[in-house]
Ligand binder design. Structure first.
Ligand code: IMP
Ligand code: MG
Length: 171
């Protein structure tokens, strides 16, 4: 693996502590409901795996993959490369993202999923970079808002590297 000089932004301890709070909030908001989690691959899979273990209501997991990034620059071009396997019509969907930057990716995903008539649909993102937003979106659950750093680890990559770090680091 390429070594990188990197500074820890959030330790695994801090991440787990915040995820416990998010899990509690989601559990309360979805009382007696079954949650359909649409996990956005690849970056969000680590976050999703910790988050579901902190949710006490029923959770159904499905995965979706979109491609919009090359290196650290967004191309603005969002392609669905793997779709959900299950129907979401009439279900309570939460889109699970690792990080929302311009918002272009998640906006495209939410537009597409809304056409399939979910009962409700919300976004849960571990990280948020509000200063970079280009499109208007409403993110119901946010782990941490950060400045405009490029971060890796805890599932997030730079050209497919560094996903295995247990913490979140600034590249
Ligand atoms: P957006 O469409 O600009 O909001 O980009 C969202 C996607 O870009 C995220 O789901 C990530 O996959 C990727 N991304 C944005 N910022 C970062 C970062 O700092 N580190 C790693 N991936 C990022
Ligand atoms: Mg992503």
């Amino acid at each position: 693996m390429i070594q990188t000089k990197s500074k820890i932004l959030f330790s695994n301890y801090q991440i787990q502590k915040r995820i416990k709070e998010l899990g509690k909030e989601i559990t309360e908001d979805y009382k007696d409901k079954s949650i359909f989690m649409a996990v956005i691959l690849k970056g969000a899979f680590v976050f999703a795996s910790d988050l579901i273990r902190n949710i006490k209501e029923d959770v159904y997991i499905d995965f979706m993959q979109v491609t919009s990034y090359q290196g650290t620059e967004t191309t603005g071009d969002v392609k669905i490369s793997k779709d959900l396997e299950e129907q979401i019509s009439g279900r309570h969907v939460i889109i699970i993202e690792d990080i929302i930057d311009t918002g272009i990716t998640v906006k495209k995903i939410i537009e597409l999923l809304k056409m399939r008539n979910p009962k409700t649909i919300e976004i849960c993102s571990l990280l948020n970079k509000p200063s970079q937003r280009i499109v208007d979106i409403n993110i119901k659950y946010i782990g941490f808002s950060i400045e405009n750093f490029f971060v890796v680890g805890y599932g997030m990559d730079y050209d497919q590297n560094f996903r295995q770090y247990p913490d979140i680091r600034i590249l």
